[in-house]
Design a protein around this ligand. Structure first.
Ligand code: NCD
Ligand code: ZN
Ligand code: ZN
Ligand code: ZN
Length: 359
């Protein structure tokens, strides 16, 4: 294996369209400041915040409150995804220019934005203006129902955090059919299995989509060319909350903003994917799907083939201070980030002020 360190520029910096910053309503887990600090250290120049807060982002008022709270407190750019329900579909036209995507939850997860019937789903899909894509949380059999709805309504569909070999096959088939579908994978589903989850304390491996079998994990790598983007699905919960899994049921979700790029660079070092594919998955493709322009003064510089170092949960910027990759060895690192010509991360240290923009 090569050990020569090499610096590589990711034009535009990394873009993550799937993070949960928890403000307002659960800032003991994360807020816009801690969340964007974690994102910056992780090499991101823009992220999109998901709508599943205690008061969900499914009204113009809730959206504007988030935009107000973020303003002046973010280290990188932050956009917002709108929650799709029958009720919120009445307001789609009012918010379309202030959001980046619609998010529809088709299975239970953190929050209560669940949409279960195909009838409601069809109304929501039909009402959504075609300017931005529809992102869905859809697991297993539900995955196929989402694809069917994209076929029926002609909407651009983005399938979040896929993890199963069967889902991989459905994506391949849908793309062959020419449907406008894109697929997202998270690092934890590329690196970990249900067996790893069993050996982790604090329900640390409990996440939706669940960590799956080794066969599923391998299917993702075998078909990585059919996966469009990598998103962190950064979903912070405190240790105390995750501990509740020891008595049965705690909140699903793991942090990911600070570990995704180092892990993926390690995968490049190991020859599991090319650096070109990684740049595509973390910057070029998400910018294309979510129609976010960048400029030549904004970029992330990473180090490939770095000397091995160990991920340590207590060094993380995220308020949740935990990761399923605690103690994991990586050989890639985020060095520098420039945002619109201003250096905001220097050799891994935050040097900028909270000058990110609300997108
Ligand atoms: C997410 C969260 O905690 O907000 N949890 C998760 O397990 N991924 C919600 C989600 O993306 O499903
Ligand atoms: Zn989800
Ligand atoms: Zn414990
Ligand atoms: Zn999520």
């Amino acid at each position: 294996m090569q050990t020569m360190a090499e610096r590589i520029v990711i034009p535009g910096g990394a873009l993550d369209p799937h993070v949960h910053f928890r403000q307002p309503g659960a800032t003991h887990k994360e807020d816009f400041t801690t969340g964007t600090r974690a994102a910056l250290v992780g090499g991101y120049t823009a992220v999109f915040d998901m709508p599943n807060n205690p008061i969900p982002t499914m009204t113009p008022a809730a959206l504007d409150e988030k935009r107000r709270l973020a303003h002046g407190n973010i280290y990188i750019d932050v956009g917002f995804n709108y929650g799709g329900t029958l009720e919120s579909s009445q307001t789609f036209q009012l918010v379309i220019d202030r959001v980046r995507a619609l998010k529809v939850y088709m299975n239970p997860t953190t929050g209560n934005l669940l949409v279960e019937s195909d009838k409601e789903l069809e109304t929501i899909f039909s009402m959504w203006p075609k300017k931005h894509p529809i992102m869905v949380h859809a697991e297993g059999p539900t995955f196929e129902r989402a694809i069917n709805m994209a076929r029926k309504t002609g909407q651009r569909l983005h399938l979040c955090h896929m993890s199963l070999a069967s889902e991989m096959q459905m994506i391949i088939d849908a793309k062959e059919e020419g449907l406008p579908v894109t697929a997202e994978v998270s690092a934890h589903n590329l690196f970990l299995t249900e067996d790893d989850a069993k050996h982790m304390p604090h329900g640390m491996g409990m996440v939706k989509h669940p960590l799956a079998t080794e066969k599923d994990r391998q299917a993702l790598w075998d078909n990585i060319d059919a996966i469009d983007i990598i998103a962190s699905d950064h979903a912070p919960h405190t240790k105390e909350e995750k501990d509740k899994f020891e008595e049965g049921k705690g909140p699903y979700g793991v942090t990911g903003l600070e570990t995704t790029l180092p892990l993926m660079l390690t995968a490049v070092n190991a020859g599991w994917l090319s650096m070109e594919k990684l740049v595509d998955m973390i910057s070029t493709k998400p910018r294309e799907i979510f129609r976010l322009k960048s400029d030549s003064q904004t970029y992330t510089e990473v180090i490939l083939g770095d000397r091995p170092h160990v991920i340590d949960a207590k060094d993380l910027e995220t308020r949740a201070k935990q990761t399923p990759f605690d103690g994991y060895m990586v050989t890639g690192r985020v060095a520098n980030v420039d945002l619109r010509g201003v250096r905001i991360l220097r050799e891994g240290e935050i040097v900028g002020l909270p000058q990110g923009r609300v997108l």
